[in-house]
Design a protein around this ligand. Structure first.
Ligand code: GUN
Ligand code: ZN
Length: 489
């Protein structure tokens, strides 16, 4: 069988891919709007106008309601919804996690998803609560994986793609183990499950660990879905960590609560005097007009869906341009807990680095967090390959008149530190950085300088620095160097 997922572009650990389903190919990353088969806030048949190429609905809601069940079996889920593109169906696990019990078992719901012609089916996994301790999470994971393996057997020769939710609660070892076990069994799509409670309570640092650990266990070539991630503010980060599919019930749920989404946070519509968006809804209404309209919920849902797809397009363009991480850093400013998420993400820089193309568009330094980007780390470890003998000049900025007298000339640029001038036009050393370095980037640059000097004890170093730099490591480096002096910028 040919691969159902083909990766065409990469940036950070993110990618643009093509997912082949029985109802056509979808480009990822993308968002699957959640359709409630009972009440369609926005009709499924209009979803393509927003940019949706694949939808997700809940097979258990259909199964439970006799008239929906009969129509779905007779006409198929696509006709039931009025959508001729791919449809993924969830299993009722979410109801299971909310109500504790449901009236269907794993084999039955898999059989039902076959019967209604779903493109991507989901077995009855257990969404383990973040509150579960390691023992409970491991027990629930064992049950989940048993059901997934049962579903894999039942799904043989069906033509339906099968998703294997990766569970394990907030325990990275369990998430990674689940990824490894399921990843080698040959499912078609891997949703990372039970992250909604983390997102609802702004636990982004743990969300990052959960994504990275699941991804570490899974093969890098498989499509990954972040279950229940519908707020555009998380798309850049999740995509940069290698999530390919997202689903949004949020566009409709937020609308019901009068909430107006933007990629940079959420407003209550009654607090908006202006509408910071130019979608068809916002171009033809005022905030007060939406607030007092009998169609308020639908208008908000439409706007929310426009901004959701708009952010996803921005993420995709950033992947193609090779500047997704800059977008991640910008979005991390939305909420202090997102910044915690970014700080946690850079602790996984060695893992991200592994996927990140070594050459892409210019690196923009956007603040102290940029110091810990994978590219900066990579330069730090490349210093070990730089063998220096004779005299070495390390200087910031402008050329010195007598430079040719030195055997080696290194440019000093925070956050990288020293690098051979011949490399100054190459990525990432051609980075755009502030004229005045912040403390974090200067620290890293000076630590790299120290490291380089220690790695080359035979070489004779001359170190030039800016008078305005105030940093305790400067004294230390001056003592290690044979010559040192400061210059005005
Ligand atoms: N929807 C949101 N989270 C989950 C999950 O963990 N499993 C399933 N099946 N559906 C979900
Ligand atoms: Zn709008």
């Amino acid at each position: 069988m040919p691969d159902i997922f083909e990766i065409t572009h990469r940036d950070s650990a993110g990618r643009i891919g093509r997912l082949t389903t029985p109802h056509g190919v979808v480009e990822t990353p993308t968002i699957m709007p959640v359709i409630n088969p009972n009440i369609q806030t926005i009709p499924a048949k209009e979803m393509k106008d927003f940019g949706a190429r694949i939808l997700i609905t809940n097979s258990y809601i259909i199964y439970r309601k006799p008239e929906l069940k009969q129509r779905a079996i007779e006409e198929g889920v696509h006709a039931l919804l009025g959508f001729d593109g791919p449809v993924m169906t969830d299993s009722g696990s979410f109801q299971l996690s909310v109500y504790g019990e449901i009236e269907v078992d794993n084999a039955e719901i898999i059989g039902f998803q076959h019967a209604i012609g779903t493109d991507i089916g989901v077995p009855l996994d257990i969404p383990t609560s973040p509150a579960a301790d390691h023992t409970l999470a491991a027990q629930e994971l064992a049950v989940t994986n048993e059901r997934l393996m049962e579903a894999l057997e039942l799904n043989k020769d069906s033509g339906m793609l099968l998703a294997a939710p990766v569970q394990g609660g907030i325990h990275p070892d369990l998430r990674e183990q689940a990824g490894r076990e399921l990843g080698s069994a040959g499912f078609d799509l891997y949703p990372i499950g039970a992250v909604v409670p983390l997102m609802e309570s702004y636990r982004y640092a743990e969300l990052v660990d959960v994504i990275v650990s699941a991804k570490k266990g899974l093969p890098s070539s498989v499509p990954v879905h972040l279950f229940g991630a519908g707020h555009p503010m998380v798309f850049a980060m999740a995509a940069a960590l290698g999530c390919d599919l997202f689903d949004s019930a949020a566009y409709a749920l937020y609308a019901k609560d009068d909430r107006y989404m933007t990629a940079e946070g959420t407003y209550h519509i009654q607090n908006l005097k202006y509408l910071p968006c130019s979608c068809p809804i916002c171009s033809s209404h005022t905030a007060a007009g939406i607030m007092t309209s009998p169609d308020k919920t639908e208008l908000l849902a439409r706007h929310n869906l426009y901004v959701t797809f708009s952010e996803m397009k921005l993420v995709k363009q950033a992947i193609r341009d090779g500047n997704l991480w800059e977008l991640v850093e910008r979005r991390a400013r939305i909420h202090p807990r997102m910044l915690d998420g970014l700080k946690r993400a850079v602790t996984h820089a060695d893992w991200i680095e592994h996927f990140d193309p070594t050459s892409k568009s210019t690196f923009f330094y956007c603040g102290p967090e940029s110091t810990h980007r994978p590219e900066v780390m990579r330069w730090g470890s490349r210093l070990e390959r730089l063998e220096l003998t004779g005299t070495v000049l390390i200087r910031p900025g402008r050329r010195l008149k007598n430079e040719s007298e030195y055997d080696n000339v290194l440019h000093f640029k925070p956050p990288f530190g020293p690098y051979p001038v011949e490399l100054q036009e190459t990525y990432p050393l051609n980075a755009e950085v502030p004229i005045v370095p912040d403390h974090e980037s200067l620290t890293n640059a000076l630590l790299n300088t120290k490291k380089l000097m220690q790695l080359n004890p035979e070489a004779e170093f001359s170190f030039v620095y800016h008078k305005s730099w105030d940093h305790p490591l400067i004294d230390e480096i001056c003592q290690m160097a044979s010559h040192s002096w400061s210059v005005q910028r």
